[in-house]
Design a binder for this molecule. Structure first.
Ligand code: CTP
Ligand SMILES: C[C@](O)(CO)[C@H](O)COP(=O)(O)O
Length: 234
């Protein structure tokens, strides 16, 4: 009898946050009274379908131990890598080594995205659980897009028809994603998201519309926007 597929979360949290220019990696900055990472991991700890979470952390990360993360499910630690794709790949390997099955689902969510709603997480799981490949939360582009000429001037206006901003979580079968990511890394294609690896492997991941509030904390002003989000919920 085929065993029921389980759902796992991977949280890449091994970045240094260079663009944030803060005194510590941005996943450890305070957002409305809690660490960014505490808020990013919480939807997965709360979701009954998620069997466990693997976090990729910098080797010798001194900040994680200070967090107040209470988990009633397995919380595994994987070594971060030089790039996000390496960190995710290591976390997948930790899940596989801990007994996760290749046909299980994995949802990869940036530690730097602390505004994911339970509604969006439910929507992604509901939309893709019967899918053959998987897909991502995404938000359609609303601005006119320009390409620069390298000298601070507009070189081209891009056609934004059908253009989406990739968000996270990105949800794929664990074995398929591990194979696609490992192949991309081996081929020197340091993809910036999981869908990029799956596309490179010839798959066509689905797009699931998600909230534009699910921002990635990249630069200082992003933290201010996230503060507004969390203050509005309190
Ligand atoms: N080697 C890396 C690089 C990034 N990440 C994680 O991937 C997510 C998205 O990456 P990004 O926003 O680029 O974070 P940083 O790499 O920390 O930012 P920067 O590029 O400004 O240094 C973050 O949660 C980050 O912690 C990771 O786990 N391992
Ligand atoms: C995964 C991601 O958040 C999707 O938009 C994005 O690719 C991460 O990019 P970063 O440069 O590693 O932040």
């Amino acid at each position: 009898m085929a065993t029921e597929s389980r759902y796992w979360a991977v949280i890449p949290a091994a970045g240094v946050g260079q663009r944030m220019q803060a005194d510590r990696p941005k996943q450890y900055l305070t957002l409305a009274g809690k660490a960014v990472l505490e808020r990013s991991v919480q939807p997965f700890l709360m979701h009954s379908a998620i069997a466990g979470v693997a976090l990729a952390l910098q080797p010798h990360d001194p900040w994680f131990a200070e967090l107040d993360i209470r988990a009633s499910k397995p919380l595994l630690i994987a070594p971060g890598g030089a790039e996000r794709c390496h960190s995710v790949c290591h976390a997948l390997e930790v899940l596989l080594a801990s007994g996760a099955q290749e046909q299980d689902w994995v949802l990869v969510h940036d530690a730097a995205r602390p505004c994911l709603s339970q509604t969006d997480l439910d929507r992604l799981i509901e939309a893709l659980s019967d899918d053959a490949v998987g897909g991502i939360l995404a938000s359609p582009v609303g601005d006119t897009l320009k390409r620069d000429d390298g000298a601070g001037q507009i070189a081209q206006t891009l056609d934004r028809t059908g253009v989406w901003r990739a968000l996270t979580p990105q949800m794929f079968r664990l074995g398929m994603l591990h194979q696609a990511l490992s192949s991309a890394i081996a081929g020197g294609a340091l993809v910036t998201d999981e869908a990029g690896a799956m596309e490179r492997a010839g798959y066509a991941p689905k797009l699931v519309a998600g909230s534009a509030r699910n921002i990635k904390i990249t630069r200082p002003e992003d933290l201010e926007l996230a503060e507004f989000y969390w203050r509005s919920k309190q």
